[in-house]
Write a protein that binds this ligand. Structure first.
Ligand SMILES: NC(=O)c1ccc[n+]([C@@H]2O[C@H](COP(=O)([O-])OP(=O)(O)OC[C@H]3O[C@@H](n4cnc5c(N)ncnc54)[C@H](OP(=O)(O)O)[C@@H]3O)[C@@H](O)[C@H]2O)c1
Length: 236
């Protein structure tokens, strides 16, 4: 059975990825900041012997290197960069957070570190694990909010982090092609999670099932694309 590694796997979309890949019989390496407080993940860990949980804060690049060393020699078919933060969330049209004139540059740097730089660091640290696998896929959960073609103003930290993440994925498609690695970025849709909020129209299971379907069918010819969970191509 293939192996998938998932970051930010303790709740939200990451947890749903774990649930679905376990159910499909995959070997799952689920990572999260604090396994001791990850009750839902622990429950899945009890249920599925093919699931292994590891602590990983993706903002800690030394910890990424240490996990890659711990997993040395273990092929990873799909490395799924899911962990992400939104930064300060505006609660309405008049809320100034992440708007012009009210930027918090320290928080912006943290958003870029987690959403953009950490996936790049994961690629550098885990390239040998991915290249040694059968499927060789490197995937990132991005957002249509990062689409330059669809920019409408506001939410600078989150949007720029996902735009830059898309650029990482597109460039890696070229740089890693000689090693047979396929890359892809996805927008999961607007989904009910702590980040998406209660008013989101989409539940996690159909979003993640859609992404998994597209991941299964990725080929070297379509490497570097930015997909919607439905399989449509998003504009950069
Ligand atoms: N929900 C949506 O509508 C939506 C739409 C577009 C894109 N996305 C993207 O989908 C991904 C998952 O989002 P979600 O909706 O599931 O959000 P969520 O419910 O807020 O979950 C975010 C996950 O990321 C983890 N995380 C945050 N910082 C981390 C770090 N430094 N190291 C490791 N893990 C970290 C969180 O762990 P802790 O519990 O430890 O904080 C949590 O597991 C994100 O990349 C997000 O940008 C979501």
């Amino acid at each position: 059975m293939p192996t998938v590694l998932i970051t930010g796997a303790n709740r939200g979309l990451g947890l749903e990825f774990v649930r679905q890949y376990c159910e499909a019989g995959w070997n799952v390496i689920a990572t999260c900041r604090d396994p001791k407080t990850a009750g839902d993940l622990a429950a899945l860990d009890q249920k599925y012997p093919s699931l292994n949980v590891h602590a990983l804060d993706v903002a800690d690049f030394g910890a990424i290197d240490r996990l890659a060393a711990d997993l040395k020699g273990r092929p990873i078919d799909v490395l799924l960069n899911n962990a992400g933060i939104f930064g300060p969330k505006p609660l309405g049209d008049n809320d100034p957070r992440q708007t012009f004139g009210h930027m918090d540059y320290g928080i912006w740097a943290q958003v870029l570190r987690i959403n953009t730089m950490a996936p790049m660091k994961m690629a550098e640290a885990f390239i040998d694990h991915i290249a040694a696998s059968k499927q060789k896929k490197f995937v990132a959960i991005s957002s249509i909010e990062g689409s330059i073609a669809r920019a409408k103003g506001r939410i600078y930290a989150y949007k720029t982090s996902k735009t830059a993440l898309n650029m990482v994925i597109k460039n890696l498609a070229m740089d890693l092609a000689p090693r047979g690695v396929i890359t892809a970025a996805f927008c999961p849709g607007w989904v009910k999670t702590r980040m998406g909020g209660d008013t989101a129209p989409l539940e996690a299971p159909p979003s993640i099932a859609g992404i998994r379907r597209v991941v299964d069918e990725l080929t070297p010819e379509n490497s570097g694309r930015f997909w919607l969970y439905t399989g449509e191509i998003n504009p950069y």
